[in-house]
Design a protein around this ligand. Structure first.
Ligand SMILES: [Zn+2]
Length: 192
């Protein structure tokens, strides 16, 4: 049987190199470095060539056994060299692992979204806590209602309230009236 690398076990099929696995306040910390090709500018899609800098970002990942897993990933910031583009630099994303502005790995995000869809609201939060999945109520609500991307700016906005159960109001959302879909992050009415 072929032997497995640490990457095969922890982050299979993803362009990262695992440098160290250690304990970090009760969680398993996986220090990793992105090894993929330079990404494309998120605004103009031009392929990047020049590295600006690098930094570490922290991602909650699915647990291993009963341990929480945090990936401490070193990612690169690139210059966008297209003169007409208003974006000067951008941080690379690792396909299958990271998404812009999201504190969970792509895999964990999928789990959380499924749990939120199946259970909704407080039961979802309770199950996540029991399974040691890093997710508060607000994060679950956002996954449930925010669309993955916005193709155009809405022209007519409406305000709507939503609930996971009949008769209970949990939050307020902005709705693109013409497209009939939710835009932006919902406001959780119970949040202090
Ligand atoms: Zn650009």
């Amino acid at each position: 049987m072929a032997s497995k690398t640490v990457e095969d076990v922890l982050i299979p099929g993803i362009a990262v190199r695992v440098e160290r696995v250690s304990d970090s306040s009760g969680a398993l910390a996986v220090d990793a470095v992105s090894t993929g090709r330079p990404g494309q500018c998120p605004d103009c899609r031009k392929q990047a060539r020049r590295v600006h800098s690098s930094h570490q970002r922290s991602l909650d990942e699915r647990p291993l056994g009963s341990r929480r897993v945090v990936v401490r990933l070193r990612v690169r910031r690139y210059f966008c060299d297209r003169k007409q583009c208003s974006r000067k630099t951008f941080v690379e994303q690792v396909p299958g692992l990271t998404e812009r502005h999201r504190p969970s790995s792509t895999g964990l995000t999928g789990w959380l979204r499924s749990i939120a869809v199946e259970l909704g609201g407080r039961p979802a939060v309770r199950l996540c806590r029991r399974l040691r999945l890093a997710a508060g109520r607000t994060r679950l609500l956002r996954l449930l209602t925010a669309p993955p991307f916005q193709s155009r700016a809405p022209r007519v906005l409406g305000v709507d309230e939503f609930a996971f159960r009949k008769g209970c109001t949990y939050g307020t959302v902005l709705v693109d009236v013409e497209a009939g879909r939710v835009v932006g992050a919902p406001v959780d009415n119970d949040e202090p």
